[in-house]
Design a protein. Structure first.
Length: 287
């Protein structure tokens, strides 16, 4: 437990049923789990930092709200920087509890000549920031795009061999994943929402594989003790996925005419477990 905090006697991962429960959003609280007894603060809390790259305001704002909800944070506890719109400002890692990189329309493995100037700038800035994050083993969680950013930085092979269609898929934890504190409370197999053109086909030797799916061998890995990346989206519930289907239906993730069918399938999906990764991250590293 981080200095300045004590653990409450409550079970922080206990689901709470409330008004508005549905299949699409089974636990629609300000957070995914009971928020009030999460951590008892005995000192000031440094915010977490969300680095976002979604150009569409609707997608960017929905993503931010999802991270607030499932991380169990208030707006002042999660600082967002939209990298697609302006250069990354000078940052002091010591000002934050941890860094989160959200999903992105950028594809790391695309040829350089096919990348926009904004993407090239963002990749350069993130690589430079990761130099410091990795050197300090500073708390980091990259979701989906995190595999491309942290993976490339650490020498993983990122290509299009193991892309997955938009929708829910079954994830299985490795033995290391079952023991890892970031996956505390997550069952050995669970469903998560995915939708990615690229993935990691080979991890560097110093990485620890934590989760896989039948179609994608690397769904979560760890570098050192505190650096994590997931291919699945820990922030996505059914409503969030439907929002993205509508926004990105012409972005090459699926044929545009398939959008209605994907929305119907998503609305029937029951995805609740991946959000625990976000809550574990904030509980473990809040300081």
């Amino acid at each position: 437990m981080s200095p300045g905090f004590r653990r409450d006697p409550y079970n922080v991962m206990q689901p709470r049923q409330c008004e508005g429960v549905s299949v699409r959003n089974p636990l629609p609280l300000a957070t995914h789990f009971v928020r009030q007894p999460f951590l008892a603060q005995t000192g000031p809390v440094k915010p977490f930092l969300l680095l976002a790259t979604r150009a569409e305001d609707a997608a960017a704002d929905d993503e931010y709200q999802a991270y607030l909800r499932y991380c169990g944070l208030k707006p002042e506890e999660l600082v967002r920087i939209r990298l697609e719109s302006a250069p990354l400002p000078s940052l002091e890692l010591s000002d934050y509890s941890g860094v989160i990189v959200g999903g992105s329309p950028y594809t790391s493995s695309d040829p350089v000549e096919e990348k926009s100037a904004a993407q090239i700038r963002v990749e350069t800035e993130l690589s430079s920031l990761l130099d410091r994050i990795v050197a300090e083993d500073f708390p980091f969680l990259g979701a989906c795009y995190g595999v491309g950013t942290l993976g490339v930085h650490q020498g993983a092979v990122i290509d299009r061999r193991f892309g997955e269609a938009v929708g829910a898929t079954r994830i299985t934890l490795t033995a290391d994943g079952e023991r890892d504190p970031m996956l505390r409370g997550v069952p050995r197999t669970f469903d998560a929402f995915v939708g990615h053109k690229e993935a990691c086909s080979k991890l560097p030797e110093h990485a620890v594989l934590l989760a896989s799916s039948e179609a994608c061998p690397v769904h979560m890995f760890r570098i050192k003790n505190n650096l994590y990346a997931t291919q699945f989206h820990p922030e996505l519930d059914a409503d969030g996925l439907i929002t993205r289907i509508n926004i990105y239906k012409n972005a090459g993730y699926f044929p545009p005419h398939a959008a209605d069918e994907l929305i119907e399938t998503a609305s029937q999906s029951f995805v609740t477990e991946p959000m625990r990764v976000l809550r574990n991250f904030t509980e473990r590293y809040a300081r």
